[in-house]
Design a protein around this ligand. Structure first.
Ligand code: ZN
Length: 145
């Protein structure tokens, strides 16, 4: 067993709690408006597009593209040093049109704008999970004969 401290585990509340409760079950869900179909993030109580309160969480395929990233060489929380230094935190523009922030799986050397990525969930508690992204590997399609 390692003596290294673990990462801080947040205890989300409000609408963020709904987002992270879905994530803690192992899948990414995004809040969407049933009135106008707009996808929202961060989660809200009212749709900013049509004012509807009919907001539900729908599963996401977790695919998007790198919008931006930053490298951390000296983490404030020493628990993150186990990620390997420097580690990257990425901003991803999801196919649903919203942006999410997450950790990066793998070497930061491959990061570039518009890189296709796939979400990956690391549950921590029943109420919280860490969100990561890794390069998207397209499914193998055999050549047609
Ligand atoms: Zn709406």
């Amino acid at each position: 067993m390692s003596d290294a401290p673990g990462k801080y585990i947040p205890d989300p509340d409000g609408r963020n709690a709904d987002f992270y409760r879905h994530l803690a079950r192992g899948t990414l869900h995004l809040q969407a408006c049933e009135g106008c179909a707009r996808v929202l993030h961060p989660p809200r109580f009212l749709c900013p597009g049509c004012g509807s309160e009919a907001l539900v969480f729908k599963p996401s395929a977790g695919q998007g593209r790198i919008f931006s990233w930053t490298l951390t060489h000296r983490p404030v929380d020493p628990g993150w040093a186990a990620e390997g230094l420097p580690y990257a935190t990425v901003v991803v523009e999801m196919e649903e049109g919203i942006r999410l922030v997450g950790g990066w799986r793998g070497t930061p050397d491959v990061l570039c704008l518009d890189l296709r990525v796939q979400a990956e969930v690391e549950p921590a508690t029943e109420a919280f999970a860490y969100l990561y992204f890794r390069p998207h590997v397209p499914a193998h399609v055999p050549p047609s004969v």
